[in-house]
Design a binder for this molecule. Structure first.
Ligand SMILES: C[S@@+](CC[C@H](N)C(=O)[O-])C[C@H]1O[C@@H](n2cnc3c(N)ncnc32)[C@H](O)[C@@H]1O
Length: 468
């Protein structure tokens, strides 16, 4: 039986006080339970964690009750928080992200074990993918659509004047309210379908980790949108701009189909037509149907794998692959046709790269103008790695690799001329002047050198190695 989180709200301030007094934080729990304790929890391996948290210290007692779900020691929690089985009615997950600590309450039980349709899960890999891609500059109003247990809304609260969190599942709305009470912050949590609860309003930032999975039916509210194929994501992309303030940004997770005989990249590009927004699609994964269904059944339906597999894969007939990615949108204020960029990002990124979303759209504008007139600057986190081979002249650098340490962590080869040019890009002179110097040294006409250099520089600007 799922608990009604609203019944826990009145005593949330008492629990908050107990957590604070016990020194509750993600770091303190990592120290107590071990840095890898979430993996143990996800696999249901409680013994190592119970051993580490034995003892009567307040943090250990709270961790046993609220993280591990062990029987609650007397006096640890208010009665309203303890179920008839003597265990806490909810679990808490402490998360530190981008220097911000939040605590998310959620239903007991992991996704891989049997879940109920309206179950509200804790913070998963997708939640962190969205959090990592969210720009954290100060804004007035933020919307978290599909808030679940409230992780995105709580993180946004740190950099927004007002956060509105919406969800179709009333239990999720109640969990978000509980999360706000535990965090001592104000969140405006509303129940309703997609954009209905915020119709007619405007937000500077919209974040959404929607039920993007391409799945048959509506088995779980948190995972299955109940639309045909990737229709929920397309609809969201099309409808979201109506609640974006001019110049506002949206960041959301999406899946889209690569249908047999169709260009999957073109499919997602077409979603942005008529939105009035520039868009950046960062594709992170591409999975064939069998691989896709296996991953989701393992993640969310381990116990019913065989009974669900065939129908799901059969439902994906005509699909070559399903893509997963982050979509960022920026509402234009000039009425010009939107620009859509798609990057396939297979490399691991920095733990947070929301600043790249803002920088991306600035760069697109830069690329529309005359790059030779711009004083470009090499981004501070870029490093040059050289691999040298011993020759008769001693060590000779055979390969040079540019590597970003922040953002999307792009890397790529560069020749000696390119490396020299990049080193000179310190923002003091227009690119054209630097190219002219390089051309003179190589005995080339400046126009000829520019013709050779510009495509490479464009790519370096696109990927953020160079900025204005
Ligand atoms: C994948 S969960 C994301 C939860 C949380 N935001 C996170 O990042 O971990 C998707 C959420 O969207 C909600 N949802 C599902 N269908 C919806 C709809 N049509 N309108 C609004 N929310 C919906 C689900 O109840 C669930 O809480």
């Amino acid at each position: 039986m799922l608990v009604d989180p609203t019944a826990l709200l009145a005593d949330a301030p008492r629990v908050r006080e107990a957590l604070t007094e016990a020194g509750w934080s993600a770091a303190a729990l990592d120290e107590l339970l071990g840095a890898g304790h979430r993996q143990h929890l996800d696999r249901g391996e409680l013994s190592p964690l119970l051993r580490r948290s034995s003892g009567s210290a307040p943090l250990a007692r709270l961790a046993r009750a609220l993280v591990l779900g062990a029987p609650v020691a007397p006096g640890t929690l208010p009665d309203s928080w303890v179920g008839p089985d003597g265990r806490a009615r909810v679990r808490l997950q402490a998360v530190r992200h981008g220097g911000v600590d939040v605590t998310v309450p959620h239903d007991p039980g992991s996704a891989a074990a049997a879940v109920e349709a309206e179950q509200v899960l804790g913070v998963g890999a997708a939640s962190l993918t969205l959090a990592a891609a969210t720009p954290r500059r100060l804004v007035d109003r933020v919307l978290d659509l599909g808030a679940g247990a409230g992780i995105q809304a709580l993180l946004a609260e740190d950099h927004a004047g007002q956060v509105v969190a919406t969800d179709r599942n009333p239990r999720a709305v109640a969990f978000t309210r509980l999360a706000a009470a535990l965090g001592g912050v104000e969140l405006d949590a509303r129940a309703g379908d997609l954009l209905a609860p915020v119709a007619g309003e405007a937000f500077d930032l919209v974040v959404s980790n929607p039920p993007f999975v391409v799945s048959p039916g509506r088995r779980y509210t948190y995972r299955d949108g109940g639309y045909e194929g990737d229709e929920l994501c397309r609809r969201l992309v099309q409808d979201l701009p109506a609640v974006l303030a001019p110049g506002g940004y949206a960041v959301l997770l999406v899946n889209w189909l690569h249908l047999t005989g169709e260009d999957g990249d073109a499919r997602i590009r077409s979603w942005f037509e008529g939105t009035g927004c520039d868009a950046w699609v960062v594709q992170r994964e591409l999975a064939e149907p069998e691989e896709y269904v296996t991953a989701w059944l393992r993640d969310t339906d381990e116990t019913a794998f065989d009974s669900l597999y065939d129908a799901w894969v059969d439902g994906l007939s005509g699909v070559d692959a399903v893509a997963f990615g982050v979509v960022a949108m920026h509402k234009r204020t000039d009425g010009l046709a939107p620009l859509v960029t798609l990057d396939h990002v297979d490399q691991p990124t920095a733990p947070t790269w929301g600043d790249e979303v803002l920088a991306h759209f600035t760069r697109r504008r830069l690329l529309e103008g005359d790059l030779l007139a711009v004083p470009l600057r090499l981004r501070e986190d870029v490093r040059l790695h050289q691999v040298a081979t011993r020759t008769e002249e001693g060590w000779t650098a055979a390969n040079q690799l540019l590597q970003q340490e922040a953002g999307l962590r792009w890397s790529g080869g560069v020749d000696l001329y390119g490396a020299t040019l990049l080193a000179a890009c310190d923002g003091s002179q227009p690119l054209g002047d630097l190219v002219a110097v390089l051309a003179a040294g190589a005995g080339l006409a400046p126009a000829e050198a520019a013709e050779q250099v510009l495509p490479v520089v464009r790519r370096l600007v696109e990927q953020g190695f160079l900025e204005a």
